[in-house]
Design a protein around this ligand. Structure first.
Ligand SMILES: [Zn+2]
Length: 409
């Protein structure tokens, strides 16, 4: 008996913007999963998935919607308790792992493997979503390999990463790979209007400014602070007159990025500190002694180290965000210099950008765009952000001199 080939796209998929191809594949997997349970063949379904896509394209949304659709009795109705709770980690058969906090060590990966071997409790599938799988250590990856290769019958692994290059080849060969595309400005604008009630003018601005990054678009549309920081980052390059102003400009960008990162990190740290206390049954003022004190101290030390690393990475990520905004600005300036009719990312700054465009030429802007990309890479590779951004500001101030200098090296 053959079923109709048309697959129902259930409401849970509405949260994934501009990804109709991927949605079709994942919805087909969910419906084939039902066939597999009935003992029939379901080639659209498999036990290990790798979802890649640029930051903000909706990797986690895709993975958690898939998880919800697999455990929801209606394949992702979007309304039931299961659909609402599983994407936020509130369903016993859906584990969502985000490798930044407490749960990123090898021991935790081993615990995950143990968990994956257990039968699901309430639903037909046990789904394990690993967000930012690129941030797992090689050892953690290694301990997952065997489970990916020979999963228990009811377990589904969904790994997320920015690109296949970020994941070990051994993982890629054991998973089915789906790539999300960068959502269009129109996709993001419509999402902001329809799902977050943002007014159309603000939605249009945030969609353009975010360059296809959904989380960033939402932040810009809803947080005054985020808009102000972006404005101030973009303004810096209009005032670069000499080396001291470049140093000050870099200082401002890095300071604002650090403060944004600290706000986010503080929230996570506090939550984890409380979890740790809870795990050891420590209340404020309790004195712990002897061997249990050593255990608690070791756990605290481990947590502190993880938090410190994460905070540093968050600063780098925030600096990267500023650099992406500058990329958008110089992409616009280049468009103006080339007389292109493409829509500008920073349309509202057109007059100022035209002045800046008139001061240089397309070759300069191209050099600046390359320099920004190099700066992004060096910040990600751990160059102190202040140094990297200072060098960039000096280059932006005088792209021709900088290129002579670079060629001489
Ligand atoms: Zn449901």
């Amino acid at each position: 008996m053959s079923k109709s080939t048309a697959v129902e796209i259930t409401p849970i998929w509405n949260s994934l913007v501009g990804q109709s191809e991927i949605v079709a594949k994942l919805a087909k997997a969910v419906s084939d999963a039902d066939l597999i349970r009935l003992g029939e063949s379901g080639p659209g379904m498999t036990h290990a998935w790798l979802i890649t896509g640029p930051p903000g394209s909706g990797r986690s949304t895709a993975a958690t919607a898939f998880a919800a659709a697999l455990v929801c009795p209606l394949n992702g109705c979007g309304e039931c308790q299961v659909c609402r709770m599983s994407p936020v980690g509130g369903h016993p058969d859906v584990q969502i792992i985000t490798p930044t906090g407490l749960s990123y060590r090898v021991e935790d990966a081993r615990e995950l493997v143990r968990l994956s071997s257990l039968a699901p409790i309430e639903s037909p599938w046990r789904v394990i979503v690993v967000e930012d799988a690129d941030r797992l250590t090689v050892q953690a990856f290694d301990s997952l390999l065997k489970s990916l290769e020979e999963p228990t019958p009811h377990t589904v692994w969904v790994l997320c990463a920015p690109s296949v290059e970020d994941v070990l080849p051994t993982i890629i060969s054991r998973t089915r790979h789906l790539t999300l595309r960068t959502p269009t400005t129109a996709d993001v604008r419509d999402l902001l209007i329809n799902s977050y009630g943002v007014d159309p003018a603000m939605a249009a601005f945030a969609a353009r400014a975010s360059q296809g990054h959904i989380g960033r678009a939402r932040g810009l549309a809803t947080e005054e602070q985020a808009r102000m920081r972006r404005q101030s980052d973009l303004r810096t390059v209009f005032n670069l007159r000499d080396v001291p102003t470049c140093v000050v400009a870099a200082g401002e960008i890095v300071k604002e990025a650090t403060s944004a990162a600290n706000t986010r990190a503080d929230l996570l740290d506090t939550k984890e500190d409380e979890q740790l206390k809870l795990a050891f049954g420590i209340e404020d003022g309790t004195r712990v002694t002897g061997s249990s004190k050593r255990t608690v101290d070791a756990a605290k030390k481990q947590l502190l180290a993880t938090q410190k690393t994460r905070r540093k990475r968050m600063v780098r990520d925030e600096v990267d965000r500023s650099l992406v905004d500058l990329l958008g600005l110089y992409r616009d300036i280049l468009m103006i210099q080339l007389g292109s009719s493409l829509e500008l990312i920073n349309q509202e700054m057109r007059p100022q950008m035209e002045q800046l465009a008139a001061r240089g030429n397309a070759a300069d802007s191209t050099r600046i765009l390359e320099a920004i990309e190099l700066t992004r890479a060096s910040v990600q590779a751990n160059t102190p952000p202040q140094l990297a951004v200072e060098a960039l500001m000096i280059m932006i101030k005088d792209p021709q001199l900088a290129s002579v200098h670079m060629n001489m090296q």
